[in-house]
Design a protein around this ligand. Sequence first.
Ligand code: MRU
Length: 317
Amino acid sequence: MENLTLKLIDQRFLPHELKIFETTEFEEVIFAIKNMAVRGSPAIGATAAYGMALASSQKMNAKQAAKALRGSRPTGYDLFFAVDFMLTAIEKGEDPLKAAKKYAEEVENRCKAIGLHGEKIIEDGFRILTHCNAGALATVDYGTALSPIRFAHYKGKKIFVYVDETRPKLQGAKLTAWELNQEGIDHAIIADNAAGHFMRKGEIDMVMVGADRITSTGDFANKIGTYEKAVLAKENKIPFYVAAPMNTFDFSLKNGEDIVIEERSEEEVLEINGHSIAPKGSRARNPVFDVTPSNYVTGFITERGILSRKELKKVRK
Ligand code: MRU
């Protein structure tokens, strides 16, 4: 295997520029994940799978490549799942590129199935709140939380999506809105602190989010701000769904407290698009995920169907 080139949509430049991040270097795969040229747990997983194939094409030691990839971002489980999948394939003597393709195709199929299951609970006229970007960009195609929304739209249901802007990196305003625009799905970007207002006014019928890591009891990590949306949804009696493939479930963990939460640079909070918005000398804290306890979740939309948190116990990969 020679001259492998990895190509990714560089998510740092959307929505205004569609640039491709192209590399033949393993180190640049790590760079792309760390610097969020690629982001979203399932997309990071698929990238890591190809990263392992690239490492192998360069005769890098697979265990060392796996270690470097595992160290790139700590919270999303798909990365770890993908690296283990690739290590097993390599140990069995399978072609690493074929294994990576298989992994990515499986993610795509899982997301399609999530859409087909999840579409059924979206009623015509529903107004849905989503947080961060859990769309095609964050996966391989279709998305997780955006997949049921896509299929409801394809079926002709009239839906409206409230898109949390999702500070500090603005994945909602930049990426989710870009995807919804491409599909012609009606939506409005709202400030992160506006969701409670719309919920109380009865303007949101359902919340649908993705996940970065889900424990065996259903506690889950997702983009910072998800927890407060879940609490608000419960207070306002609005169903709250989490859409994720089984690759995001970490059955080795029981409780949300066991999930490692990534804390990124202060600049991401102190600046917007590289422009300072805070007084010089002010510090910031930047945990980029939070944990929502499972009792806030109405159901998990997976490729195996829609599962209650109690049903998770019966499920194993
Ligand atoms: O920091 P990010 O942009 O990688 O965080 C992404 C999220 O939190 C998504 O909601 C999650 O990965 C689900 S994506 C299908």
